[in-house]
Design a protein around this ligand. Structure first.
Ligand code: SAM
Ligand code: SF4
Length: 552
C-alpha cells in the first residue's frame, strides 16, 4: 500500500470516528504520516525528469587497490588522485547525511578496494548512525576481510558483496595479477559463519577466461546461502574492451540450463539490477547483471559519488557531473548543495550510451546489444555537438550587423498557417500531488487556473519578450496532466496563427507561465525547496520559412 493510500485510509477513518478514542489514535497516525509525506516530498531533489526516484547511493571511498584485475585496471594501476583531493571521513559522512535526509535508504561503499582505507570501520560506524538508512553494504575483493569483517559487522555493515571470478587458484593470479585466492575463499566462509545471508559473490564472466566455470559457481549455491551474480564484462577506459570477451546473459543462462534442467526465474527485488534465478532445492541463488545486453536504465535508482567527490548520476558518465567536494570545501550552504545535486539529477539521461567506442557492438549470433550505438568514427562528444548543430539556426535573427538587438522585419514574409507545440514539467512532490488530486489547494483549482494563465500569457507574449512581434492567434491550447506516480504535472501547449512569423515563443511562454502558476498556487503548502520546474522545450513547429521542426 502506498504512503498516500495509507494516508487516505486513516484520514477517512478519523473522519468516521471523529468523536471516539480511535479518532485520537488515528489523528496521531495521521500526523505521523503527514511527516513521512513531508519527507517524501523533500526527496524530490533525487527524482529525475523521467520520474526515477533515487534511493541507492554508491560511494567510492578510495581509488587504491591491492589487486590489479585485468578487466578493471592496467598492471601499473590507475593514476591516483592526490590524497588531499580524496573525500575525507567527515566529508563522506556529511554528504551521506544529506543524501539520506533526501531519501537515500541504501548506501554501498566501494572503490578501488574499500578495505584498504584505514578508517573503513569508522566510516561504517558513522554511516550506521544516519537515521533513515536501512542498508549499509560494501563491495570488496575480500583479500583482507578475514582480519576486518568482525569489526566491520559490529560497526554496522549489513550487506556484503565479495568479488571472485574463478574457483581455480592459478587462474586467480592471472585475473588479478596478484596472489590471494585462499584469502578470498576464507573471507567468503567467514562471512557465512558471521551470518551474512546471502553472501553475494560478484563474478565477471569473460569468454575463454572463466566461462568454463559458470556451472561450478552455480554449484557453490547448493549448500550455502550464496547469491552468485554473473556480471557481463563492461567497457571501461583502459580495460582493453573487446566485444568478443563479453558473454551475454542469454548465453550464460543456456550454459546453466544445459546442466540444471530445473533452473528457473524467481522474483527480483524492486530496483534490483540483477535478474534472479535458482536451482530448485539449492540453498542459494544465481543472478545476472546484464548492463550490456539488457540495460536496466528505466528502473535505475542509483547515484554515485567518486572517491574525489564528484557526483555521477550514471556509471557510464565520464568524470562525474559536479564536484560535491569543492562545494563542501567552499562552504556552500546545504540549501545550495541540494540545488547542485538536484540540477545534476535532472540532467540524468534516459539511458546510458556505453563509452561511444562500441559502434559495432554485437553479441554472438549478431544480436545487436541494447546500447545507443553511435555512428562510426564519431565519439560521443562530437556526436552530441553534431546533433545540436542540426537544430541550431545559422544566424541570430534578433541581432543586427553591429551586434545590437533588433526586431526582425517580417514585412516581406508570406502569411502562413504556423503551429508550435511546447512541453514542460513541474515536479510538485507527494503532498501537492495529493492535494491536487483532491482539488484541495487553498487558492482553488490549481490546474484550471494554471491552464487559463498559460492561455492568457501566450496572448501577451509580445508584451513580455522584447523582440517578439504582436500576432493575432487563431487558438491557444494548454493542457495540464497530473502524474500521481512521479509527482509531477506535465504541461503541454499548442498555439496556431496565420501570420508572417511563428508562434514558438507563444507556446513556450504558455507552458512557462502555466508552470509558474501551479508553483504559485501550491507554494504555501510545502517547504520552498519542494517544487521545481524542468524540461521546458519546443516539441514541434510547422509553417515557418526555415522548415518544420519535430523534436526527436
Ligand atoms: N575492489 C572491489 C571489488 O573488486 O569488489 C570493489 C570495486 S570493483 C570496481 C566493483 C565491482 O565491479 C567488482 O565486483 C568487479 O568485479 C566489478 N567490475 C570491475 N570491472 C568490471 C568490468 N570491466 N566489467 C564488469 N564488472 C567489473
Ligand atoms: Fe581492484 Fe576491484 Fe578493480 Fe579488481 S575489480 S582491480 S579488486 S578495484
Amino acid at each position: 500500500m502506498s504512503m498516500l493510500q495509507k494516508f487516505n485510509g486513516i484520514k477517512a477513518l478519523a473522519a468516521k470516528y471523529s468523536t471516539t478514542k480511535l479518532a485520537t489514535k488515528s489523528l496521531n497516525r495521521l500526523k505521523q504520516l503527514r511527516n513521512e509525506l513531508c519527507q517524501d516530498a523533500k526527496s524530490s531533489i533525487l527524482t529525475d525528469t523521467f520520474g526515477r526516484h533515487h534511493t541507492y547511493l554508491r560511494i567510492s571511498i578510495t581509488e587504491r587497490c591491492n589487486l590489479r584485475c585485468t578487466y578493471c585496471m592496467p598492471s601499473s594501476g590507475v593514476e591516483l588522485t592526490r590524497n588531499e583531493n580524496i573525500l575525507k571521513t567527515d566529508e563522506i559522512i556529511q554528504l551521506a547525511n544529506l543524501f539520506v535526509r533526501e531519501g537515500i535508504t541504501k548506501i554501498r561503499l566501494t572503490g578501488g578496494e574499500p578495505t584498504v582505507r584505514k578508517d573503513i570501520v569508522d566510516i561504517i560506524a558513522q554511516l550506521k548512525g544516519l537515521e533513515g538508512l536501512e542498508t549499509l553494504a560494501m563491495t570488496t575483493n575480500g583479500i583482507t576481510l578475514t582480519r576486518q569483517l568482525p569489526a566491520l559487522q559490529r560497526a554496522g555493515l549489513n550487506l556484503l558483496n565479495i568479488s571472485l571470478d574463478t574457483l581455480k587458484p592459478d587462474r586467480f593470479e592471472k585475473f588479478t595479477r596478484r596472489k590471494g585466492w585462499n584469502k578470498v575463499m576464507a573471507s567468503i566462509d567467514l562471512a557465512i559463519q558471521l551470518g551474512y545471508n546471502p553472501v553475494k559473490i560478484n563474478t565477471v564472466v569473460m569468454r575463454n577466461f572463466n566461462d568454463d566455470e559458470i556451472t561450478d559457481f552455480v554449484e557453490l549455491t547448493k549448500n550455502k546461502p550464496i547469491d552468485v551474480r554473473f556480471i557481463e564484462y563492461m567497457p571501461f577506459s583502459g580495460n582493453e574492451w573487446n566485444t568478443n570477451k563479453m558473454v551475454p546473459f542469454i548465453e550464460m543462462k543456456k550454459i546453466i540450463e544445459r546442466k540444471y534442467h530445473g533452473f528457473k526465474k524467481i522474483s527480483d527485488m524492486p530496483n534490483d539490477t540483477s535478474k534472479a534465478f535458482h536451482v530448485p532445492g539449492y540453498m542459494g541463488q544465481v543472478g545476472f547483471i546484464t548492463s550490456m545486453s539488457e540495460n536496466f536504465c528505466n528502473s535505475c535508482n542509483r547515484l554515485r559519488i567518486t572517491a574525489d567527490g564528484n557526483l555521477k548520476v550514471c556509471l557510464f558518465e565520464g568524470k562525474g557531473e559536479v564536484s560535491l567536494r569543492d562545494a563542501l570545501r567552499n562552504n556552500v550552504s546545504s540549501q545550495d548543495l541540494k540545488i547542485i545535486i538536484r540540477n545534476a539529477v535532472l540532467k540524468k539521461k534516459k539511458q546510458h550510451a556505453g563509452d561511444g567506442k562500441n559502434n559495432n557492438l554485437k553479441a554472438p549470433g549478431n544480436r545487436i546489444l541494447n546500447l545507443t550505438v553511435l555512428p562510426s568514427t564519431m565519439n560521443h562528444q562530437s556526436y552530441q555537438v553534431k546533433q545540436c548543430r542540426k537544430r541550431l539556426y545559422t544566424t541570430l535573427t534578433h541581432i543586427d550587423k553591429e551586434g545590437k538587438a533588433a526586431m526582425v522585419d517580417v514585412g516581406s514574409k508570406s502569411q502562413n498557417v504556423r503551429i508550435a507545440k511546447a512541453r514542460g514539467y513541474i515536479y510538485v512532490g507527494a503532498i501537492i500531488t495529493q492535494l491536487i488530486m483532491e482539488n484541495n489547494i487553498k487558492k482553488g483549482d490549481a490546474l484550471t487556473i494554471a491552464q487559463l494563465a498559460g492561455i492568457m500569457a501566450a496572448k501577451k507574449t509580445w508584451d513580455l519578450i522584447p523582440l517578439c512581434h504582436p500576432l493575432t492567434l487563431n487558438y491557444v491550447k494548454v493542457d495540464l496532466k497530473l502524474s500521481v506516480d512521479s509527482h509531477r504535472v506535465e504541461i503541454t501547449s499548442e498555439v496556431k496563427c496565420t501570420e508572417k512569423t511563428g508562434v514558438e515563443m507563444e507556446s513556450l511562454v504558455a507552458v512557462s507561465v502555466a508552470a509558474l502558476t501551479v508553483y504559485d498556487m501550491c507554494k504555501s503548502a510545502v517547504p520552498p525547496d519542494t517544487m521545481h520546474i524542468a524540461g521546458i522545450e519546443l516539441v514541434s513547429k510547422v509553417g515557418g520559412s526555415r522548415g518544420d521542426f519535430f523534436k526527436e
